[in-house]
Design a protein around this ligand. Structure first.
Ligand SMILES: [Cu+2]
Length: 185
């Protein structure tokens, strides 16, 4: 958390420095025009002086927009994780498939059966199949229906699942039973 905050402030200040630097460059533009006076008509010179002010505003707004985008990316776009709830010895989670997987990070315990209930709401053919290469699973997901995928992860680790074209990804994070107990306490 501390690292993330530090990273965000570093990026934000970098963005500010860049913004200031580029507005300085823009501010210097009229001077260059005076050093090298053009032999064109006077109306064109007037237009040249006006342009840097517009550029300055554009650069400032652009910089602020970039900073906002960076903050959003680092603070709000982290993957949604869900810890599986075990019922009758099965760890069950519903995964909504709509422009990706939600949740895209699923936390489970090792040595216990996992059941992921996929519900595909996305009509694109890209997401019509889900694959769990580590468990030898490739399953078609019919639209607007629950498709249960079951496996029992024996070893702790991160197990990726993807769409049929390897474009969208999710992760099943398997924790050892001991670690999971500590986290609950
Ligand atoms: Cu795909």
């Amino acid at each position: 958390m501390v690292n993330k905050t530090a990273l965000v402030s570093t990026i934000a200040s970098l963005g500010l420095v860049l913004g200031i630097a580029s507005s300085k460059v823009v501010a210097q533009m009229p001077h260059q025009d005076r050093i090298q006076p053009s032999q064109n008509q006077p109306t064109e010179q007037l237009q040249r002086i006006e342009q840097p002010i517009v550029n300055k505003i554009a650069v400032t707004l652009g910089g602020l927009g970039l900073i906002g985008l960076e903050l959003w990316w680092f603070l709000l776009s982290k993957p949604k994780s869900t810890k599986a709830i075990a019922r009758l010895g099965i760890q069950e989670v519903t995964v909504t498939v709509d422009g990706g997987y939600e949740p895209s990070l699923i936390l489970v315990q090792a040595g216990q059966k996992v059941r992921l209930n996929f519900v595909r709401k996305d009509t694109s053919s890209c997401l019509e199949e889900v694959r769990f290469p580590d468990f030898g699973i490739a399953q078609a997901l019919p639209l607007n229906r629950v498709t249960a995928i079951e496996f029992t992860p024996e070893k702790p680790g991160r197990y990726e699942f993807t769409c049929g074209m390897n474009m969208f990804r999710g992760v099943v994070e398997v924790q050892s039973a001991d670690t999971a107990a500590i986290l609950v306490d």
